[in-house]
Design a protein around this ligand. Structure first.
Ligand code: NAI
Length: 246
């Protein structure tokens, strides 16, 4: 039997890599989309060439996104699931943040995700089937030092809700996953003193791991999961309830 096809962006490391690993275990053929060729090829080798393919793609480039979907359709015939995971941070208090730092984060996290969603929507509407899963962040609720990032992820939540409305009647479900503090190359860049404070504010007093997010993506991608659309599922150790210093 032919495998269903799942595209994941930002698949070369961190949460995207964990999503790819889990999707392979769930029986998907996985398209690994990323700008990081070196790590992307390593993930491809790890998962096995019969289970996945790395395709270089900058999600901010319309032409590269078109190419990604064309090649994926050639491989799978249909696009079953698209996981929009690629994202970046450039944290600073607003009074120190440059316009370039604001634009760069909005460009990848919101504009790039929108370009991916538009292409996925066109194809899935015609197929009359599909799932789009957008990786937002708990930070969309607000995080000091992340005016660019939180705004971009709030945009991703809004995009998710709008697409659930637009695509519902075409049998396409669109949901968001909002991770909190997850141990990945992204958070490994944080200063230890900052990380210690963030962990202290966690109700769980620990970080999550990439597989925690991948498990929820796996649930949303599964055929047996039905009738859930336009939702934001938090994988944040309870941080969305509020900071917990006790
Ligand atoms: P990461 O930095 O470890 O990996 C991100 C991947 O995205 C990299 O492989 C990078 O090459 C790729 N990428 C960046 N820009 C791209 C572009 N324009 N086109 C294609 N690929 C691109 O990040 P991590 O931690 O794995 O984060 C993944 C997602 O989860 C992001 O959207 C992030 O905002 C979100 N997230 C992460 C949290 C965390 O604590 N690590 C918390 C909440 C959300």
């Amino acid at each position: 039997m032919k495998k269903p096809l799942l595209i994941v962006t930002g698949a070369s490391k961190g949460i995207g890599k964990a999503i790819a690993q889990q999707a392979k275990n769930d029986g998907f053929f996985v398209i690994l989309a990323d700008t990081d060729l070196v790590n992307g090829m390593l993930v491809e080798a790890e998962l096995g060439t019969g289970n996945c393919k790395y395709i270089s793609c900058n999600i901010c480039d319309e032409g590269e996104v078109m190419n990604l979907f064309e090649k994926s359709l050639e491989i799978g015939g249909e696009i079953d699931v698209v996981v929009n995971n690629a994202g970046i941070t450039k944290d600073k208090m607003i009074w120190n943040m440059t316009l370039d730092e604001f634009d760069a984060v909005i460009n990848v996290n919101l504009r790039g995700t929108w370009i991916m969603c538009r292409q996925a929507a066109k194809i899935m509407k015609t197929q009359n089937s599909g799932r789009i899963i957008n990786i937002a962040s708990r930070a969309w609720l607000g995080n000091a030092g992340q005016s660019n990032y939180a705004a971009s992820k709030a945009g991703v939540v809004a995009l998710t809700r709008v697409l659930a409305l637009e695509l519902g009647k075409y049998n396409v479900y669109v949901n968001a996953v909002a991770p909190g503090l997850i141990d990945t190359p992204l958070t490994q860049k944080l200063e230890k003193s900052v990380l210690d404070k963030l962990i202290a504010a966690q109700p769980t007093k620990k970080m999550g791991v990439a597989a925690d997010v991948a498990n929820v993506v796996s649930f949303l991608a599964a055929e047996k999961t039905q009738f859930i659309t336009g939702q934001v599922i938090y994988v944040d150790g309870g941080k969305n309830i509020g900071a917990n210093m006790i």
